[in-house]
Design a protein around this ligand. Structure first.
Ligand code: ARG
Ligand code: ASP
Length: 731
């Protein structure tokens, strides 16, 4: 550390503690900002009105935000439908156009003109037209004493009625979604555009720089962005992918600020957060911390080590497994951070204190609360304690058969095909088969049986040895015994004898008439194995575990309602559920551990400092090194201590989660300043218990995005489409 920095440190500490970050927690519904948040946001520096963020009458910020494929967020940044999202959000599209000859994952891709932009069937961009509270209509006719099924059927009937009667344009869709665990319902009118084309992506050495080592961590140096374009028919309406379509003309596109950010600046992140669980009882949090997260981590730990070994030694396997590996590693690392963060912030004790106060208020209450409230917490404690072993078995089951062992996943699908035949005859069979064939084409393109076989051997051993005996299907034990006790030999036999490891063999199998195909599938050893595991689970674990989950769901609805009543002074926000939300905070560093302080921003110098030539995660393209050496930064640098530096990533106290990737970071005036893509490791427990001391979201500075598009890729035409502004300089 340089002397000057050392001297400044105490001052910096003082600043951090004297100006604690404000707001942060909360993922708010955009149509309720006016009622709940506008004042707070303006106090924090926002210059916009709630109406400028969300309006049904005129173009507003919300009209520039799309749900990207249903799993990420993207924003419109030009009046020709250009949208910006993360590299990791566009990853499977980039990968799908990648071959060994045209290696867009490795080298990047830049369409030189619109005709070069690449179609992605199946991908869509969804806009939100309006959001309305429909709780009354949806809950009409539900009664407290109803069973889950009874209640659901009333709700479904109400939903259908409401949807059928709603006057909308033919290209619009109506979605009705539960909030606050089913205590409130909102209706969303949406428009989805199914022609979304790939426009540009940096090489992975920029877009995924630091890969899994840096994932979920700060300081970060990743240019995690990619560009797409929405196409519409000639009237601006949604149309299936076609060469006749034209670039979409948006109601609003975000101006882009070149002025950068400083500690304390107002930030807002607008997007589609996927899922959070902020209102769980302590007993549930404890189960996550000591049972389910550790179980999932342990399994992925094993699987990832094996796949990683193959990927490092074989370029083709690296391409085939890149996307699958990234997604499995992503969850694995998040859970590790989650458990650590929950421990570090004493989340469990805080929940217990919150519950003690809840109970105290119930007991002291002069007014009448629903008498059922009092029984909730003791029952949660009892149910969670009793379900721990089942929960572990369920986590193993889904991680092993549903996620990490590819052969078992395919065998599971074959099993569904045979039951489609048995339950719905040839029509059911053919219907499922058509979808299956589609899936299998993509699946086999990226399948390497040797990799999967090793994963299988390791995970089936965990299944057979880690779980209590009663959870293990006897067939598995027998098979291992028959293989002389060797899991590797067991795997070898299975993979040599199952037809499902070969695309050709499966095609041959499915070419037969349905009856013969079903017969043949049922004789496959992988089919027999998945059947044994699933049947055993269904007989031993599922009945009690499913009942537990149903009961907990019912109780959570009541507990949510109870928390809102008993803590009436708090403003509650609903858990994320993949609907549009706004979160706001400030640009802010943090203190991850005693005596360690993280600043809020990283620079290109830091990227170069991490450079490891030829490395699988930290290599860099020569062009970027050259630009840095020549300090050829265009207008994208800022001056730090008299020196020009290109900003790369920055931190904020915005409350985000998975699905917020690709969300715009917006300044006080409504300009784009960054692109959300991650959170810091210590703070991933924000999904369960947000703590403003260590929860931070990570954004790419928009100037790095522009620098790469302009100076690195030379895609000036794209820059020209955008509206670059200087709000701090009054321009
Ligand atoms: N952690 C981020 C998110 O949850 C980014 C994941 C993509 N990157 C990766 N190396 N796996 O999606
Ligand atoms: N990386 C996440 C995403 O893909 C964002 C997060 O979990 O913070 O949505």
């Amino acid at each position: 550390m340089s002397k000057i920095k050392f001297l400044l440190l105490p001052l910096f500490c003082f600043l951090l503690s004297a100006a604690p970050t404000r707001a942060g927690e909360g993922m708010w519904l955009p149509q309720l900002l006016q009622a709940l948040n506008e004042g707070d946001m303006q106090t924090m520096g926002m210059k916009l009105t709630a109406e400028q963020i969300y309006s049904v009458n005129q173009g507003s910020l919300k009209d520039a935000i799309v749900h990207f494929g249903g799993f990420c967020t993207a924003e419109v940044i030009s009046d020709q439908g250009l949208i910006l999202t993360n590299h990791h959000c566009g990853f499977s599209e980039i990968q799908s156009h990648t071959t060994l000859e045209n290696n867009y994952l490795r080298d990047g891709f830049w369409a030189t003109n619109k005709a070069d932009e690449k179609m992605n069937p199946g991908l869509y961009a969804k806009f939100i037209v309006r959001i309305d509270d429909v709780t009354k209509s949806i809950l009409t006719g539900t009664e407290p004493g109803m069973t889950k099924e009874e209640r659901q059927s009333v709700i479904d009937r109400n939903k259908n009625k409401l949807t059928a009667n709603f006057k909308k344009e033919s290209y619009q869709e109506v979605e009705i979604r539960p909030f606050f665990k089913g205590n409130q319902y909102f209706q969303f009118i949406t428009v989805s555009y199914p022609d979304v084309r790939l426009v540009g992506a940096p090489p992975s050495s920029i877009g995924k720089f630091g890969a899994d080592t840096d994932n979920w961590e700060w300081p970060r140096h990743t240019g995690d962005f990619s560009l797409f374009r929405i196409y519409s028919d000639e009237n601006g309406l949604p149309a299936e992918p076609s060469a006749d379509n034209i670039p979409y003309k948006p109601k609003h596109s975000l101006p882009i600020s070149l002025d950068g950010v400083e500690e304390g600046d107002f930030t807002m992140v607008f997007g589609f957060p996927g899922r959070t669980d902020e209102y769980l009882p302590a007993a549930a949090v404890e189960q996550i911390m000591v049972v389910t997260d550790p179980a999932k981590i342990a399994i992925r730990d094993k699987a990832l080590k094996i796949v990683d070994g193959y990927m490092r030694s074989d370029e083709e396997i690296k391409i085939k497994y890149a996307s699958k590996f990234a997604s499995i590693a992503n969850g694995w690392k998040k859970w590790i951070g989650e458990v650590q963060g929950l421990e570090k912030t004493n989340a469990l004790q805080k929940k217990r204190d919150y519950e003690a106060e809840f109970t105290r208020r119930l007991q002291e209450a002069k007014k009448e609360y629903d008498p059922r409230y009092a029984g909730l917490l003791p029952e949660f404690d009892k149910l969670y304690a009793a379900s721990a072993a089942d929960a572990k078995a369920a986590a193993y089951q889904s991680e092993i058969t549903g996620r990490n062992v590819e052969l078992l996943r395919v065998a599971g699908l074959m099993r569904r095909l045979t039951s489609a035949y048995e339950n719905n005859g040839e029509a059911g069979y053919n219907n499922f088969k058509a979808r299956l064939n589609n899936y299998l084409t993509g699946f086999y393109k990226d399948y390497v049986p040797a990799v999967d076989q090793d994963v299988f051997a390791a995970l089936i051993e965990m299944y057979a040895t880690d779980l209590e005996g009663k959870y293990v299907a006897p067939e598995v034990r027998t098979a291992v015994t028959n293989a002389g006790g060797s899991y590797a030999d067991y795997a070898k036999n299975l993979y040599a004898n199952s037809k499902f490891t070969s695309q050709k063999a499966v095609a041959g199998l499915l070419a037969q008439d349905p009856k013969a195909a079903v017969e043949a599938m049922k004789n496959d050893p992988a089919y027999k194995l998945i059947s044994a595991i699933q049947d055993h689970y269904n007989a031993t674990t599922a009945p009690a575990y499913d009942a537990f989950q149903t009961r907990v769901e019912e109780m959570m609805r009541l507990y949510m309602q109870a928390q809102k009543k008993v803590y009436a002074e708090k403003t509650f926000y609903p858990d994320a559920n993949s609907t549009m939300r706004v979160t706001y905070g400030q640009v802010a560093g943090y203190e991850p551990r005693d005596a360690v302080i993280y600043k809020n921003k990283t620079y290109l110098d830091g990227v170069i400092a991490k450079y490891v030539p030829g490395d699988y995660e930290f290599d860099l393209p020569k062009k970027l090194l050259d630009l840095h050496a020549a300090k050829d930064y265009g207008r994208y640098a800022e001056v730090v201590d008299g020196e020009e530096k290109v900003p790369v990533c920055f931190l904020g106290s915005n409350h985000t989660t998975g699905g917020n990737s690709g969300s715009p970071a917006i300044d006080a005036n409504g300009n784009l300043i960054g692109l959300n893509f991650d959170r810091v490791w210590e703070g991933t427990m924000s999904d369960i218990n947000y703590d403003r001391s260590i929860c931070r979201n990570i954004m790419v500075d928009i100037r790095y995005v522009l620098f790469i598009i302009d100076k690195y890729a030379g895609a000036e035409a794209l820059i020209e489409e955008m509206n670059l502004v200087h709000p701090k300089k009054g321009k």
